[in-house]
Design a protein around this ligand. Sequence first.
Ligand SMILES: Cc1cc2nc3c(=O)[nH]c(=O)nc-3n(C[C@H](O)[C@H](O)[C@H](O)COP(=O)(O)OP(=O)(O)OC[C@H]3O[C@@H](n4cnc5c(N)ncnc54)[C@H](O)[C@@H]3O)c2cc1C
Length: 415
Amino acid sequence: MTTDQDPRATGSTTDVCVIGGGPAGLTLALLLLRSGVRVTLVERATSMSREYRGEILQPGGLALLDQLGVLEPAAARGGYWLDGFQLVERERVLLDIAYDRLPAPYNRLLSVPQRHVLAELLDRCHGFGGFRYLDGHRLSALVEEDGAVRGAVAEGRAGTHTVRAGWVVGADGRFSKTRRLAGIGADRQDVFAFDVLWFKLPQEEPPGRHVRVFRAAGRPVLVYPSYPGTVQLGWTLPHKGYAEMATLGVDRIRSEIARAVPAYADRLARHVNALSDFTLLDVFAGRAREWVRDGLVLIGDSAHTHSPLGAQGINLALQDAALLHPVLVEALRDGDFSAGRLDAYALPRSRDIDQVMKTQTMQAKAMLSQGRVARVVRPRLAGLVQRTPIGPKITRHIALGNPAARVRSDLFAPG
Ligand SMILES: Cc1cc2nc3c(=O)[nH]c(=O)nc-3n(C[C@H](O)[C@H](O)[C@H](O)COP(=O)(O)OP(=O)(O)OC[C@H]3O[C@@H](n4cnc5c(N)ncnc54)[C@H](O)[C@@H]3O)c2cc1C
C-alpha cells in the first residue's frame, strides 16, 4: 500500500506489531506465529551482532527455549555449560550455589552469545507466512486513535512504513522508545551502589565451570567463560563513578582491576590498552509505571530493567513472552484490544517482578557491599545460606523464576 502524500511511505496491516527483536520480542513473535497470529517485527539493527548484552541463560529460560526447539541448535552454535554461581573471597569459596540440586535436565547455566539464540528464534519466525521482519527500521511514532494505540510507524533507509495492528508490543529494551512515545513514565531506582565495567580477555586455560564473584583487594569482579574462547570480566565500580575514574587513565584502572583479580594481571597488561576496551554498564533497576494501555503492552527490559547480578534479564524477558502469549491470543480471538484484557498477564507478573527486584537488592548487599561490618557478616550469612534450606530456596527462585511460565503448545495452530 502506498499513500498519496509520500511515495516512500508504505503501510501494512497485521495482528500484532512487535517493536524490538531481542529475547522478549522474538520469543513472543514465534509463540504468536505458531498460534496462527500474524506478526510484524520492527528491529533497528540489521544484524545479530548487537552491542554487548547478557549471555548467561538460567534454567527457566532454557526450558522455554527447549520447548520451542531452539535450545539445542543455539547451544550447538557454541556456548559453555556452567554448574552455578560462586562467591570467592580471596582464595576461599564462601558461597557455592550449585545448580545440580535442581531437577534435570535444566540444572545448569548456559553461557551463550545472545546472537546464537536470536538467530535461531528468527530463523523459525521466517518459516511462517504471517511474519514480516522490518529490520533496519526504528520505531518513530505510534499510531493513536481515540486514546488507543492502533499501530506503529517505522523509519528505514527506504522510507517510512506504517504498521496498523490490533496490538503493539514494546520489547525494545531498557531505554524503550515505545514506552517514551506512549508517554509512560519509568521509575528508575538507583538501589545498586555499583556500575560495571565489562571487558573480555582471552581464555588461556580450560573454560571455568562457574559464574564467579571474586572478592580480594579492591572492588569485586564478576568472571565467567564467554564463547568463543574468552573470559568475560565485570569490574564493579562506584555507581556514577566512571567519569572521574576515566580521568585517571587506563593504566590506573587496569592496576585497580589487577589488584582485585591478580590471576588475570598479566593478561590485563597484554590485552587492555585503552578505555575503549571497556563497556560501561550503568546499573539501575527500572520499572515502567504502566505495562498496558489500550492496544499496547510492554514486556522485557522495556517494562522492567534489572541489575546484572544473578543473570535475570534474559530469563525474565523469555518468561514475560511465555506468560503474555495465552492472554494475548485469547484477546485477539475475541477482538478485544482494551488494556483491562491484559490484566490477567500484568497483575500477577508485576508481583513476580517485585520479588525479583527484592532478591537482587539483597544479593547486591550480601555479595558486593564493602566495609568492615559487611566483611564480618558476609561469611556468616554465606554459611547460613549454604547449610540451611534457605540456599536451595534462593537457588530455585533465581534459576527458575516463575515455574508457571511454560510454552502453551496447546494454543499452537495445527501443522
Ligand atoms: C552489559 C549487559 C550484561 C548483561 N548480562 C546479563 C546476563 O548475563 N544474563 C541475563 O539474563 N541478562 C543480562 N543482561 C540483561 C539482558 O541483556 C536483558 O535483560 C535482555 O536482553 C532483555 O531482553 P529484551 O528483549 O527485553 O531487550 P533487549 O535485549 O534490549 O532487546 C531490545 C531490542 O530492541 C531493539 N530496539 C531498541 N530500540 C528500538 C527502536 N526504536 N526501534 C526498533 N528496535 C529497537 C534493539 O536493537 C534490541 O534488539 C545484561 C545486560 C547488559 C546491558
